[in-house]
Design a protein around this ligand. Structure first.
Ligand code: FAD
Length: 546
């Protein structure tokens, strides 16, 4: 069903029924809860005020990782949980959660010493139950330089080489949403929870909602409401009048993107910065991205951008670690900035605060969840739905539900089997595209790493009018409108395709075409089309002005 028809039908459903569970927030946390709850047998609604993954869940470092640095902070349980989750999420979505070796160069006076790293990485592998072939290797200085010739050789002692996974956070979120829909979850993007509905005992029993595309207001009823509003959790708790002492601390994290030839690292690298922090440099398609910063943030949550200081910090870090490169602002192709919703702890800096997830329970029955990591979304969801079911039972509702089995539910409409299947799909698409477009191999990698097997359909549809970059783009847009609840150009350019950050130069020549195409498909007025042109241009400016 196309996005528009799905929306009309879903809004009707919201007006007519009482859900077991309504979720506020369509980031990875809300998406995970929707899938867990719907697959266990609850009737579920989820509302997102903007587009899915438009909050923190499209602004992360895009790693499914165990969090080596948390070991240093002795967060053993967190490392064990997220470490083990990596292999599970990889199995559920092998095209989107891809094994990636990480190189950790070890320097005299660096964060990690050689002996402590050997032990730490061993513990890391052990806690995360890493397969024998993927276990960490400790490298000599010569082996480290051979693996990454760009590294600064001064005071280099050696390196650690260990297993992580990379992903695309926004695509992971949308695949979880789509899978939740297959289990009957009724999801709406561009629908804001303006306020709560209360029953005669003062307990939350639904939401006052607003369709952000039409302005229409309506209400939806539910036995339980969970807020997974990320950085907006406190704002939502305030609407319920129950802020209390425990609150969020928002930390801003910035990433910069450069063409791969400007920072041609051969591997993902996790390296020291002079102030004692560590940052990642990660090659992806034909770019390398570097991040992140970690600074307290109190500005506008709806408009977070990289500033000059953030960018300089990351450039300095790169230029020190890779001295032959010497990047300047002119080399950047884009950037993004996001907010970590951390649980505030007295007397700790942003970097020191725990990444653990926590619940907030209001006297009125609202359950909020915040903190945590992309990597741990499935376990966070399981814990949340366990709590929801327990509360429903306490309140005299006895839902008939299954135990959590999301570790057995492949993500996406047409799941891909394993990494061999991913490679075979990529090869077959490269073959189809070769001779028709330039850069067939990189295009095949882009399509398969974003859409998995669904890329086969996109290429087939594009081929109907002759394969070209433009026909592929149109087929890709069609796919996201038909199957992924895309309404506005930025949904596609940013959250569904990642083009805004990773492929901006090649996308810019097609912006007018995209605006025309959306206007045509959705029957926009000229005024609305002009409005959308401004929205797209300002997102491009935010990504490009440093
Ligand atoms: P969000 O994604 O922000 O979702 C909350 C949603 O709620 C938003 O989309 C918002 O629009 C919506 N909302 C708010 N109010 C309302 C309302 N009233 N009505 C309707 N909708 C509403 N984790 C990892 O595992 N690996 C990493 O590599 C990693 N790197 C990171 C790097 C950075 C710089 C940052 C900032 C975080 C990183 N994280 C990483 C953490 C991870 O990204 C977050 O934990 C996760 O994305 C949070 O998801 P969420 O769904 O809780 O929040």
């Amino acid at each position: 069903m196309a996005s528009k028809d799905h929306r009309t039908a879903t809004i009707q459903q919201y007006k007519a029924k009482t859900f077991d569970l309504l979720i506020i927030g369509g980031g990875v946390t809300g998406a995970g809860i929707a899938l867990d709850a719907a697959s266990r047998g609850l009737s579920v609604g989820l509302v997102e005020m903007n587009d899915f993954a438009s909050g923190t869940s499209s602004k992360s470092t895009k790693l499914i990782h165990g969090g080596l640095r948390y070991l240093k902070q002795f967060e053993i349980a967190l490392v064990r949980e997220v470490g083990r989750e990596r292999a599970i999420v990889h199995k559920l979505c092998p095209h989107l959660v891809v094994p990636e070796k990480m190189l950790l160069p070890l320097y005299e006076d660096g964060t990690f010493g050689k002996f402590s790293t050997a032990v730490g990485l061993w513990v890391y592998d052990f806690l995360a139950d890493v397969a024998e072939d993927d276990k960490r290797k400790m490298l000599s200085k010569e082996e480290t330089i051979a693996l990454e010739p760009l590294l600064n050789p001064d005071k280099l002692n050696g390196g650690g080489f260990y297993a992580e996974y990379r992903t695309d956070d926004a695509r992971l979120t949308i695949e979880i949403i789509k899978t939740a829909m297959q289990f009957g979850a009724a999801v709406l993007n561009y629908t804001k929870a303006n306020d709560f509905l209360y029953d005669d005992k003062g307990k939350v029993c639904g939401l006052q909602l607003q369709d952000m595309l039409t302005g229409e207001k309506f209400v939806a009823k539910a036995k339980k409401v969970v807020s997974a509003a990320g950085p907006w959790v406190d704002e939502v708790r305030k609407k319920d009048g129950q802020l209390g002492k425990k609150r969020l601390f928002l930390s801003k994290g910035v990433h910069i993107v450069v063409p791969h030839e400007k920072l041609p690292v051969k591997n993902s690298i996790y390296f020291d910065v002079e102030d004692g922090r560590m940052v990642f440099a990660i090659p992806r398609l034909d770019v390398t991205y570097v991040g992140t910063t970690d600074t307290a943030y109190e500005g506008d949550k709806n408009h977070v951008t990289a500033d000059e200081k953030d960018v300089q910090y990351l450039l300095d870090a790169c230029n020190k670690m890779f001295p032959t490169v010497q990047l300047t602002k002119k080399d950047l192709s884009s950037s993004w900035a996001g907010l970590r919703p951390l649980i505030f702890e007295e007397e700790k800096t942003a970097s020191e605060m725990s990444r653990k997830d926590e619940f907030f329970f209001s006297d009125n029955g609202l359950i909020s969840i915040a903190g945590g990591k992309l990597t741990g979304y499935r376990k966070m969801a399981e814990r949340t739905v366990d709590v929801v079911i327990e509360k429903m039972k306490e309140e005299g509702n006895n839902p008939v539900v299954k135990d959590c089995f999301t570790d057995q539910i492949p993500l996406g409409a047409w799941p891909i089997k394993d990494i061999n299947d991913v490679a075979a799909t990529r090869r077959s698409i490269t073959k189809t595209l070769s001779g028709h477009i330039t850069g067939a191999e990189i295009m095949a990698e882009y399509l398969v790493s974003n859409y998995g097997k669904q890329a086969v359909d996109i290429v087939k549809n594009a081929g109907q009018e002759g394969l070209s970059h433009r026909s592929l783009l149109q087929a890709e847009i069609d796919f996201t409108i038909e199957k992924e609840l895309v309404f506005l150009p930025l949904d596609f350019i940013n959250r569904r395709s990642g083009r805004l950050y990773f492929n901006l130069d090649q996308t810019l020549p097609y912006i007018d075409f995209m605006l025309d195409y959306f206007a045509d498909r959705f029957g926009w007025t000229t005024a609305f089309k002009s409005e959308q042109a401004v929205v797209v241009q300002s997102a491009i400016k935010d990504a490009q002005v440093f």
